[in-house]
Design a protein around this ligand. Structure first.
Ligand SMILES: [Mg+2]
Length: 224
């Protein structure tokens, strides 16, 4: 098993590693903007929404705001008519947007077959920054509901804090140095994992960066 030789367990990131989250998000925001304000430029809306998500989700991951609050903050900044809205109105608006993204959830090519093939041979888990209920729903949509899920809302800390990887390894019963973390985020899935003593494989979906770990562009390369 080339990249995984000597490994006792594998941890996968979820968003943009197993589930094609970025495509679903962009599809969802386009559809929602069309519904709310057809005059707004869809391309600009997608770019602005991406930036707001990145900024506010990092604040959530750093423990600065709650999961719900990072959603509300994105909406206040995104829509002038929601800039002063009450929480319940913002939550209803987010649900409307999110229904569009959820309708577009789909697997990254090769992800499901790779997880299933590996899970037949060794312990496989998912280590993800996010809300446990939401992330579990994604695994159900992917058709892999039984894969152990380690979501940051239920961990001592999110990635790239070493405690996130340690908690997952402990639950999986594998030593960090014999556990391989696979994911698309260089900070959270590669550098953080390696600092915690795990091995890592970077799933590069087209970025022009260098990685301190082996790089794959298709998850099925893990099966070689
Ligand atoms: Mg990811």
């Amino acid at each position: 098993m080339g990249l995984l030789s000597g490994a006792d367990a594998v941890l996968f990131d979820l968003d943009d590693t197993l589930l094609d989250y970025s495509t679903a998000r962009d599809t969802g925001i386009r559809a929602w903007v069309l519904e709310v304000d057809a005059a707004r430029h869809a391309g600009d809306a997608v770019r602005v929404w991406r930036e707001l998500e990145e900024h506010h989700f990092r604040r959530y991951s750093a423990g600065e705001v709650s999961f719900d609050e990072q959603r509300r903050a994105r909406l206040r900044a995104f829509w002038p008519h929601l800039s002063e809205a009450a929480d319940d109105e913002l939550d209803r608006a987010f649900s409307a947007y999110f229904a569009h993204t959820e309708a577009a959830w789909s697997p990254v090519p090769g992800a499901v077959e790779t997880v299933k093939a590996l899970a037949a041979k060794l312990p496989v888990g998912v280590l993800t920054n996010g809300n446990a209920d939401l992330q579990a729903r994604k695994l159900r949509v992917l058709g892999i509901p039984d894969v152990p899920l380690f979501a940051s809302s239920e961990l001592p800390a999110p990635k790239p804090d070493v405690r996130a990887y340690e908690a997952a390894c402990t639950e999986m019963g594998s030593a960090p140095r014999r556990t391989v973390m696979v994911g698309d985020d260089l900070t959270n899935d590669v550098e953080g994992a390696m600092l915690a003593g795990l091995r890592a494989v970077w799933f590069n979906r087209g970025a022009a960066c260098t990685s301190p770990a082996p790089v794959i562009s298709d998850l099925r390369e893990l099966l070689a």
